[in-house]
Write a protein of this length. Structure first.
Length: 296
C-alpha cells in the first residue's frame, strides 16, 4: 500500500489531528441540517467549511495555555440527516446519548440551531443550558412550525425541563418571547448589558447563575458575534459582541462541567470564509478551556 499512503489523502477531518475513538476525549460530529431555516439557508454546508477552516488556523490558545495538538479528539463524520426534522433530531439524540455513555464529550457542528434540541434530549434534565445567541428562540410557533430554529429553546424548556437556561448576548426578540422568558424563569443577558456592565461583571453574573449546577450543555450560535466579525450567518443581527469580548466571556464560563457543546448557524456561502474561521476558532478555544479545567 505504499503508493496509496504516498499519493492519497483522506477527506478533511477537524483540526487535522486525530486519535482513535477509544482514546479520544472529544468526538466531533457534523450535523448538516437546515430544513427550517427561514432567511438565509445554507448552514447545512457548514460542517465541511468549518473543517476546512480548522486545517488552516494555528492551534495554540493563549487564554488557556493549551494547544489543540495536545487534545485527544476523533472526527466521527456527519450525521445522516433526513428531510424530516423529527427523525433527524431522533437520530442525533441516539448518537449523542451513545457518545455520552462512552464517556466522550460530543462536539456538534451544525447546521441550524434546532439541532440542539436533539442533543439536549440525550443529556436530559439534570443539566443546565448555557447559550450564546442573538436570539432567545422562545416562540411557540413560527411559519406553522412548532419545532424550528426559532422555537427549539421553548420546546427544550417544556419537554426536557433542564435545571436552568441562561442565554447570553440577546438582542433580537419579540414580545411573546420576553413574556415567556419571564414566566418560565429563563435568564438572559443582552449584548447591551454586557457592554454597559463590562465583561467582568457579566462573567460574575453568569458564574453565580450556574453556582449549583453540576453539568452544563453549551450552545454557541455564531450570530452571537456582530456581523462585522461573523457576516456568514443565516440571521445576522447588528449590535452584537466583538470577537475579543466573546472569547473573554467564553473562557471564563467554560469549565469541567461542560459535558457537550455545539457550534451552529454558519452559512458559509454568504462570506469569504470569515465566519467558518471564527467557528473553527471557537471550537478550538472551547475545547482548550474545558481541557484546562479538567486538568486543573
Amino acid at each position: 500500500m505504499t503508493y496509496c499512503s504516498l499519493h492519497v489523502s483522506p477527506s478533511a477531518v477537524f483540526s487535522g489531528y486525530q486519535t482513535s475513538f477509544d482514546e479520544a476525549s472529544y468526538v466531533i460530529l457534523g450535523v448538516p441540517f437546515d430544513l427550517t431555516s427561514t432567511y438565509r439557508t445554507g448552514s447545512k454546508f457548514a460542517p465541511l467549511a468549518i473543517r476546512e477552516a480548522s486545517l488552516n488556523i494555528e492551534t495554540y490558545s493563549f487564554r488557556s495555555g493549551v494547544d489543540m495538538e495536545e487534545v485527544s479528539l476523533n472526527d466521527l463524520g456527519d450525521l445522516n440527516v433526513t428531510g424530516d426534522t423529527d427523525e433527524t433530531l431522533k437520530r442525533l439524540e441516539l448518537v449523542t446519548k451513545e457518545l455520552l455513555e462512552a464517556k466522550k464529550i460530543p462536539v456538534l457542528i451544525g447546521g441550524e440551531h434546532t439541532i440542539s434540541f436533539g442533543a439536549i434530549r440525550a443529556v436530559g434534565k439534570n443539566c443546565a443550558i448555557l447559550s450564546f445567541d442573538a436570539h432567545l428562540d422562545l416562540r411557540d410557533e413560527y411559519m406553522n412550525l412548532k419545532t424550528s430554529h426559532t422555537t427549539f429553546m421553548r420546546r427544550i424548556n417544556e419537554q426536557v425541563q433542564p435545571k436552568k437556561i441562561v442565554e447570553i448576548g440577546t438582542r433580537a426578540v419579540c414580545r411573546e418571547e420576553l413574556d415567556y422568558a419571564k414566566k418560565a424563569g429563563i435568564t438572559y443577558i443582552t449584548a447591551q448589558q454586557i457592554r454597559n456592565d463590562d465583561i467582568k461583571r457579566t462573567i460574575k453574573a453568569v458564574q453565580e447563575s450556574l453556582t449549583n449546577v453540576k453539568q452544563i450543555y453549551l450552545s454557541i450560535d455564531m450570530d452571537i458575534l456582530d456581523p462585522a466579525f461573523a457576516p456568514g450567518v443565516p440571521n445576522p443581527e447588528p449590535d452584537g459582541l466583538c470577537a475579543g469580548a466573546f472569547y473573554d466571556l467564553l473562557s471564563n464560563v467554560c469549565d469541567e462541567r461542560v459535558i457537550a457543546f455545539d457550534v451552529v448557524e454558519v452559512a458559509p456561502h454568504y462570506d469569504n470564509g470569515i465566519t467558518a474561521i471564527q467557528a473553527a476558532k471557537t471550537i478550538f478555544e472551547t475545547m482548550c478551556y474545558i481541557e484546562k479545567a479538567r486538568k486543573s
